[in-house]
Design a protein around this ligand. Sequence first.
Ligand SMILES: [Ca+2]
Ligand SMILES: [Ca+2]
Length: 476
Amino acid sequence: MVRAMASALLSCVLMLASTSCSAEAQQRPNILLILADDLGYADVGFNGSTDIKTPELDRLAAAGMVFSSAYVVHPFCGPSRMGLLSGRYPYEYGAPFNLPPHSSGDYREHGISPSETMISTVLQNAGYHTGIMGKWHLGQQPQYHPNNRGFDEFYGFQGGGILYFGPYEANNEAGTVWDYKVYPEHNGVADTSLTEADYMTDVLTAKGVDFINRAAAQESPFFLYMAYNAPHTVLAAKEEDMALYPNLQGKRKIYAGMVHALDRGVGELVKALQAQGLYENTLIVFLSDNGGRTDQGANNSPLQGVKGDTYEGGYRTPMFFHWPGKVKAGQTYAHPVSALDFYPTFARLAEASIPADKDLDGKDVWADVLAGRNPRAGEIFYTLRHRDNQTDFGARQDQWKIVRADGKWQLFNLDEDIGEQHDLSKKHPERLREMVAAVEKMTRNHPQPLWWDSRQAESQWHKSGMPNRRKMFSIK
Ligand SMILES: [Ca+2]
Ligand SMILES: [Ca+2]
C-alpha cells in the first residue's frame, strides 16, 4: 500500500497534473461485490437467521447499511447475473433463460452479445483492475469469456455450478463431461492442481485474497466480483463446518456448513483488505443472486416462494453496503433497490464513463441511499419467469406488488404483508389493472429468446411469440 501510494504520487508529480490529482486517485473506492448463489432470505444472521451463524457477514452488516427491500433482476441464476452485470433487463436482449449446459451440442454457441457492455468493462476502461472469482454462467465461447468481458482475471467456472469437492476432469473434445465436474480455470487454463481435499468455497476465497494482495501493489483501484457458488446445489460441506451445527439434520446441516464456509471466506477477504490498508476505501456489497430452495436446505422466511418464483422469496435478497466513513453504520434502508442499480452506481463511484448508447434500466442510487430517500417513488420495476404455456410476473411500485403465478394475478401491500398472504386485488381492482397495464407495456417489445430451457417453450415462441401473452394480460 505504501508503495502504491508513493507510486501514485510519483506519477501525479510526473504528470505535472493539477492539485486534485493525488486526492482523486485515492478517492475512487475499490469495489468488492460478493454474490452468494441461491442463499435463502433468512439464512444470514443479519437478516434473521437463528440457526445458521454468520458472524463475519453480520459484523459488516452492522457496520454498514442493511437493505430490507433489495431485489435481484430475476429469480434464478443466469438472467439474474446478466441483469446485474449488464444493468439491463435480460429479457430485452433475448436472455430470459439459463444458458443450456455445456454438453448440449449447438447451444454451446450462445452467450450475451458482446454489444452489451458490462459494468466490468466500464470499470476496466476507467482504470480499475478487475477480477471475477467463481461462477460466470454467461457464455462459454471465447467471445463471451470473462477475460473478454472486462475482467483482467478470472478464476472459476463458466457454467452454472461446480462440485464443491473434486476429483475434477478435463473436458473432452465432444464437451460431454458434466460442467460441474470440469476443472476450474484460471484465465482460460484448467487448474489441474486441485486435490480431493480442496473445498471450492475455500479455493475461491484464497483466489480472492490473492487478488486483493496483488491489487494492493498496483496504483489502480480494483473491482473484485466474488461469485461464490455456495450454497447452490449439489450440497456438500466440510465435516468440520457441519460439526458446528450439532442440532441441525439432513440437508439443513449440510447447507449450514456451506454458508459457514462462505461466511469464513468473507472474513478472510476482509482480513486481506485490512492487512493491505485497503479496508477503509473499499465498498463491500453483499447479496444473493436469487432466493433459496427450501427443498435443498434454505429458509426464505417470512417470504413466500422459492428460487424461480416471482413471489418475494424468489428474488428479494438479503443485502448490505459497507464502506467505513461513507456508509454510516447501523442503518437499515427500506426503499426498494435493484441489482439493476449497481451498474450506474458503481460507474459513478468509479468516475467511469458509460457508453452514450448504453441502455440502462436501473439508476444511480448512491445519493438517495446515503440520504435515506426513495430513489424510485411511484416507479414500477418487474421480474418474470417464462414457463411452458405461460409466464409468471412480479412487479413492485412503492408498497404495492402484483404477482402472476399459477395463472392468476394477485395484489399485495408489502408494507403490511411481506409474506404475500392477503390478495387485495378484489379490494383495489383499479390498482391491479394499472400495474398490470404497466408491466404489459414494459414487456411488449421483448424479442424472441436467443435460447430456451425447454423444447416446448421454444416451439411455442416460434409459433406465436411469448406464449399466451394477450390472454395473460387481460384481466376479467
Ligand atoms: Ca442462483
Ligand atoms: Ca431498457
